[in-house]
Design a binder for this molecule. Sequence first.
Ligand code: PMV
Length: 358
Amino acid sequence: MTYSTKDIPATGLPACWKSPSNIALIKYWGKLDGQIPANASLSITLGNAYTVTRVSASLHDTPGSGPEVEFRFEGEVNLSFSSRINTFLKSITGHFQYLPDVKLSIESGNSFPHSAGIASSASGMSALALCLCAIEAQLQGNETGTPGFYEKASSIARIGSGSACRSVYGGITVWGKHSDVPGSSDEYAVPLHFDPHPLFSGLRDTILIVDPDEKKVSSSVGHGLMKGHPFAASRFAQAAKNLSELLVALKSGNWQVFASLVENEALSLHAMMLASDPWFILMHPNTLLIINKIEEFRKQTGAKVCFTLDAGPNIHLLYPEEEANRVATLIESLKLYCFNEKVIEDSVGEGPKQLTCR
Ligand code: PMV
């Protein structure tokens, strides 16, 4: 649908969204051109770890030559984030008729500290994509929050950061075509097509911060190293099979199967890094120590608790709400191996929210 940018008020058209981070249970690692995943992935959207972004679009002095961007992160000009946003905006200009005609003023901030070991690209890129789509909806006179709105926001977020496309929905989401997930697509994420067993409805994620520093090897380098990787084909097949089996466990409430698949995915992700050429290691000695302690605790107590890892050394401890008391003693004992005893409490969240712009 075409629209005119001439009517953009002098004060600008604003949009404001809060969007969460997510943690993958079935990992995306390896991609094709155009930010298309080599395998389907599944994640839980978090609740407490989110980004709030406000975008205001005003008419450019020379319409057609934009978008021009002014970006502030937590009140400060941030050159490295600005350059990433500029590259992102250039790559999506063709998807929004209004972008060449505007100046964008973008302000963003996270609910979690910058060096908390939580990937901020998923929450940051999804919040920005939602704002850009909300501005477009205003120009078109459309509602936000429709299925088409979220589908476009997810596909735009994907171009900024693959995993960001899964943050557009709450609960459990799937990105990438998979025969067991109706409507699944390589271009955008979809919410899980059934209600998971109640065991998973308040799933907790306690993040044990082993090292808060930025990772030494970026995800894009890691994805790149899957090209020509000796285990690539079997890894992609393993992920597809693990996803099929995880769907069954999520439906039936089988914790044992859930835990063994989730841990297999985490360790397979890191195994790919170990076997890349050149190899790289993102786990720290304390990551391995904590993993062994979790395994010991589970053997002793029979508690429903398992772990996953992102592309970094920090551990995401997953457990159902009903285990919170028992697992609290485990968490206390593991703080010793964390950076400054740091842990972040989170759980599965409801997904992004549109905020009233101030
Ligand atoms: O979205 P990217 O390019 O930052 O890659 C994410 C990769 C993992 O976090 C390791 C896995 C995933 O599916 O989120």
